[in-house]
Design a protein around this ligand. Structure first.
Ligand code: FEO
Length: 184
C-alpha cells in the first residue's frame, strides 16, 4: 500500500517550507492574533457603553480572527515548519464613539490586506505555489472584511450624531453583516 503513495517530496505537504515563507506566515499569525485581541478589547468597550449589538458583532469578529490565526498555524505546522504562538497586547480601551471604533477597524484591516499581499508576492518570488494557493482564501476574506468595514462606516455617516440613529445602528448591525456576506 505504501508503495502506491507519492514520494514525500512530491506530496502536497512534503516539501519543506522556505524560511522566508515561514517567517512571513508567522508574522501573519501574529497579526491575526493581535486582530482577535484588538476586537476583543473593542467588544468590551462596546458592551460597557450599552452597545450590545456592536459588542456581539465584535465578539464574533474576535473569534473569526482567532480562526484565521489557527488556520495559518495548522498550515505552517503541516508544511514542516513551526508556528509561533504570538504575544498579543490589549488595544486601546476607550473610544470617542462608534465612528472611531469602525475607522480603527478599517485602518487595521487595510494593514492586514497589505501584509497578505506581501506574503502572496513573496510566494511568487520563491515559487511556493502551494502557499500561494492557500493564501487566496485570505485574499478573498480581506475583500469581504474591508467592504463590510466601509459599509458600516457609511451607515454611521448617515446616522451622524443622532442618538436614535445610533440605537438603530446598534440594533441592526448583525443584519448588515449578514447582508454583506450574502452579497460576497
Ligand atoms: Fe483576519 Fe480581519 O483579518
Amino acid at each position: 500500500m505504501a508503495a502506491l503513495l507519492a514520494p514525500v517530496e512530491e506530496s502536497y505537504f512534503g516539501g519543506m517550507m522556505h524560511e522566508k515563507i515561514s517567517e512571513a506566515l508567522n508574522a501573519q499569525i501574529a497579526l491575526e492574533g493581535q486582530s482577535s485581541h484588538t476586537y476583543l478589547t473593542m467588544a468590551v468597550w462596546a458592551e460597557t457603553q450599552g452597545f450590545d449589538g456592536v459588542a456581539d458583532f465584535l465578539y464574533a469578529h474576535a473569534e473569526e480572527e482567532r480562526m484565521h490565526m489557527l488556520k495559518l498555524m495548522r498550515f505552517v505546522n503541516e508544511r514542516g515548519a513551526v508556528a509561533l504562538v504570538p504575544t498579543v497586547h490589549a488595544g486601546p480601551t476607550s473610544y470617542q464613539g462608534l465612528r472611531e471604533v469602525f475607522e480603527s477597524i478599517l485602518g487595521h484591516e487595510t494593514k492586514v490586506t497589505e501584509n497578505i499581499n506581501g506574503v502572496v508576492d513573496l510566494c511568487l518570488s520563491v515559487k511556493d505555489y502551494t502557499t500561494h494557493n492557500f493564501m487566496q482564501w485570505y485574499v478573498g476574506e480581506q475583500i469581504e472584511e474591508e467592504a463590510l468595514a466601509r459599509k458600516l462606516l457609511d451607515k454611521l455617516a448617515l446616522a451622524g450624531d443622532d442618538n436614535g440613529a445610533m440605537y438603530l445602528f446598534d440594533r441592526d448591525i448583525m443584519g448588515f453583516m449578514a447582508q454583506a456576506s450574502n452579497k460576497a
